[in-house]
Design a binder for this molecule. Structure first.
Ligand SMILES: *Cc1c(COP(=O)(O)O)cnc(C)c1O
Length: 398
């Protein structure tokens, strides 16, 4: 029997072993290990890959999210206690970052077709305290940013993006994210996002060999404040302008990322190829396939997530695939609002209730968590392995 793990990081990195070893030894020999020339070079290259002016390396994706929000507060763009709209079906990091920055996350249900925040539901979640939207490009598919920007510009909200799963996805001709310049594009006033947070956790489409993250933005001031916040709030040694944290990009991770970045587009292209095969060759009424966006560049298939009619069938499918040697994962089995971390506090305060008194019920998110399952889609899969997975999916009965 073929054994197909959900994701084998050793296999992912193996083809680049020589380059990675060379990068590591160059850093070891350099005698400089944090925020040096590799970090600077990676920040520049990644920002430019994304079509942005500035990149600031930080310790991880959660810190990238938190620090871009905190920097917006330090600059007076946001105030502590402001409400930020976030999708209810995201990884908990998105929500934690909003809290960590002293802001209030307000959850919004996703669109079932895209798995991303439903722009049609933004208006209902808005209160007089709403000041921003933190969109997440879940599973590698860009959220409907034109609709989000349009709504944000009408309501005067700042837009941020959690791009931890979408390295290399782009709208129009601009790479790396969704952002676009402030100028009018095809008659439509487009508001660019203030900043975008990336994670380079080893399993991401572009992964380090440890923790790493970056904030990209076109705003030099914001970049500078993020940089200071990640370095104890300091620009000049031992002079502290802000109450910062320690969240910096290691030279060794920057060197690894520099070695891997040139291959990202090819990996994403292979992921799209595999996703296209699943979408055209899986024909089983028990399996609901995701949609390929009209412009395939808007999706980089961080994971390939299918749905089943109910939870029992999902669980049976997971077991069945396991017996066929195929690894699967559920992203994510418990949505943030059902986590103990966000259980209603003894004082009655629930961080996720907007002040307007909307009830914290997220039936779409909960139904998704019960019926989703992700199958392997990494660039290292061979055609035979993809065929094996398709065969197993088509054979599944319940
Ligand atoms: C991975 C991930 C993060 C957090 O990144 P870390 O580097 O693990 O801190 C945040 N948001 C989303 C959507 C993620 O997938």
């Amino acid at each position: 029997m073929m054994k197909i793990p959900f994701l084998d990081l050793k296999q992912v990195n193996a083809p680049y072993m020589d380059a990675l070893k060379e990068a590591a030894s160059a850093v070891v020999e350099s005698g400089w290990y944090i925020r040096g020339s590799y970090c600077e070079k990676f920040e520049k290259e990644f920002a430019s890959y994304c079509g942005f002016a500035h990149g600031v390396g930080v310790g991880n994706g959660l810190d990238a999210l938190t620090l871009m929000l905190r920097a917006s507060i330090e600059l007076g763009w946001l105030n502590p206690g402001d409400e930020i709209l976030v999708p209810a079906n995201t990884y908990i990091a998105t929500v934690l970052a909003v809290n960590a920055a002293g802001l209030v996350p307000v959850l919004v249900e996703p669109d079932e077709k895209t798995f991303n925040i439903d722009p049609a539901k933004l208006a209902d979640a808005c209160t007089e305290k709403t000041r921003g939207i933190l969109a997440v490009h879940l599973y590698g598919r860009l959220a409907d940013m034109p609709a989000i920007w349009k709504f944000a510009s009408e309501c005067g909200l700042l837009v941020f993006e959690d791009a931890a799963q979408s390295h290399g996805a782009f709208l129009d001709e601009r790479r790396g994210s969704t952002s676009s310049p402030t100028e009018t594009r095809d008659e439509r006033k487009v508001v660019k996002s203030a900043a975008i947070a990336y994670s380079f956790y080893p399993t991401k489409n572009l992964g380090a060999l440890g923790d790493a993250g970056v904030v990209v933005t076109d705003d030099a001031e914001l970049a500078n404040v993020v940089r200071m916040l990640g370095n104890y709030g300091s620009e000049k040694k031992y002079v502290n302008k802000y109450r910062g944290v320690n969240s910096r990009l290691d030279e060794i991770q920057a060197a690894f990322l520099l070695a891997k970045l040139p291959h990202l587009d090819a990996w994403n292209a292979r992921r799209r190829e595999i996703a296209a095969r699943y979408c055209s060759e899986v024909k089983n009424p028990l399996i609901l396939l995701p949609e390929i966006p009209a412009d395939p560049h808007e999706h980089v298939w961080h994971v390939f997530t299918i749905r089943t009619p109910d939870r029992a069938i999902r669980d049976a499918l997971q077991k069945f695939l396991e017996t066929r040697g195929i690894g699967t994962l559920v992203f994510y089995p418990i949505p943030p609002h059902l986590q103990e971390a966000y259980a209603t506090r003894p004082d009655g305060a629930n961080f996720l209730l907007p002040t307007s008194g909307l009830s914290a019920k997220f039936p779409i998110t909960e139904a998704m968590a019960d019926t989703i399952i992700s199958i392997p889609v990494s660039q290292v899969l061979t055609d035979d392995e993809v065929s094996e997975i398709i065969g197993a999916l088509n054979e599944f009965v319940c």
